[in-house]
Design a binder for this molecule. Structure first.
Ligand code: NAD
Length: 355
């Protein structure tokens, strides 16, 4: 059994960390990987103890029984994949439904790890959660670095400085990590979410939960939020506007799976913010929570810096590569039985992630 790893075009994290080599061997795998795949994450070639065969991309495609690439391949590359291969990727079929038809053309099996169900059993394979957690942490560090103010309260001989106020919108995986990080730095933190279940989590981290009554119930949405009514969104925007004027940092993380992110910070809200304040929009790749944010760009409006970045996990590439590698390994484990690859259609994790 051969497992092969390809470099992503956009996602440059390394999907095979040196620590996992022995574990793959124990499952019965020989490991091959595209040359240079380890470089971006600063994993030295030596740390793989010559147990990974680093070879040319097309050779990896042709020889793998299980093949991983974080990004889609080109059509001529798909054509080279053997029909017995299990191809694993992150293809976002909920945002790009055309992927389903495209992959149906091929005989090999395709699995998209962003479709793994949000169950307790699948938590160790949940790439979206791993990356959201890194991004939430990094967002606060990035904002604090740009902020022309202290985060904690400072009492000095020259006078006292008030602690910064951080507003977190969306208290899911990224938001909770942002709250915890901002609290550790000494900020006063407030947070919004439409899922009532998040209130307790926000409060347990020492932040204040801001409630807007009348959110649409999302209990059957598999852990994802649902779209809210126009009336709710209007009331939420008014509440955000009040809090934003007082905030030094706003981190937005609110996402709706398969739909554009809700617009929660309007231009008029930003106009009311203190110059020097920072907004980090982690939802920018799906349209952003902030009306003015531009994906993968930093802009300044009325002295407020707005950073649109849904890919902050790549700015902590070594640890995010370790987490990604662990998620992939835990997923691959499910498709191996007695040292052979086995697709069990009854297995919920495999069935739900298969395209
Ligand atoms: P996400 O990235 O889809 O969204 C981020 C947050 O934005 C969510 O908490 C969502 O409720 C919130 N949001 C959406 N619209 C909003 C609005 N108008 N205003 C304010 N907030 C809004 O979600 P996520 O962070 O990936 O996860 C959400 C939940 O699912 C969390 O509770 C998480 O713990 C849970 N989860 C469970 C598992 C598991 O059990 N395996 C895995 C992952 C996540």
């Amino acid at each position: 059994m051969v497992i092969g790893f390809l470099k992503g075009k956009k996602d440059i994290k390394c999907p095979i960390s040196p620590d996992l080599v022995k574990k793959y061997k124990a499952l019965g795998f020989e490991i091959i990987a595209e040359s240079g795949i380890n470089d971006a994450a600063y994993f030295s070639k030596d740390s793989y103890n010559s147990e990974v065969n680093f070879i040319e991309r097309n050779e990896v495609i042709a020889k793998s029984d299980v093949l991983f690439c974080a990004d889609p391949l080109k059509d001529d590359e798909y054509a080279k994949i053997d029909k017995k291969t299990h191809f694993i990727s992150l293809l976002e079929p909920y945002n790009k439904p055309e992927v389903n038809d495209q992959m149906a053309k091929y005989e090999f099996k395709t699995f998209s790890m962003d479709m793994i169900p949000r169950t307790t059993l699948a938590q160790s394979m949940d790439v979206l959660s791993s990356m959201a957690s890194v991004a939430g942490y990094k967002a606060v560090l990035k904002a604090s670095e740009k902020l022309p103010r202290y985060i904690p309260m400072m009492i000095t001989a020259a006078g006292s400085i008030k602690p910064s106020r951080v507003l977190v919108i969306g208290a899911g995986v990224a938001g909770l990590q942002a709250i915890a990080t901002a609290r550790r730095l000494g900020a006063i933190v407030e947070a919004f979410d439409v899922r009532s279940a998040s209130k307790e989590e926000v409060e347990s981290l020492g932040a204040k939960f801001i409630e807007v009554a009348g959110a649409t119930d999302d209990t059957s949405a598999g852990g994802y939020a649902v779209e809210q009514s126009a009336d709710f969104m209007k009331r939420q925007q008014e509440e955000v506007q009040k809090r934003a004027a007082n905030s030094d940092i706003i981190i937005t993380t609110a996402q709706l799976r398969g739909r554009p992110a809700p617009k929660l910070i309007l231009k008029e809200t930003i106009n009311k913010m203190k110059p020097g304040s920072i907004i980090i929009d982690l939802a920018s790749s799906t349209g952003g929570n902030c009306e003015l944010s531009v994906d993968e760009k930093t802009i300044v409006h009325n002295g407020v810096t707005i950073i649109g970045n849904s890919n902050l996990a790549d700015e902590m590439i070594q640890d995010s590569s370790i987490l990604l590698s662990n998620n992939i390994f835990n997923f691959v484990k499910v498709m191996v039985k007695e040292n052979a690859i086995f697709y069990d259609a009854e297995n919920e994790i495999l069935a739900k992630s298969k395209i």
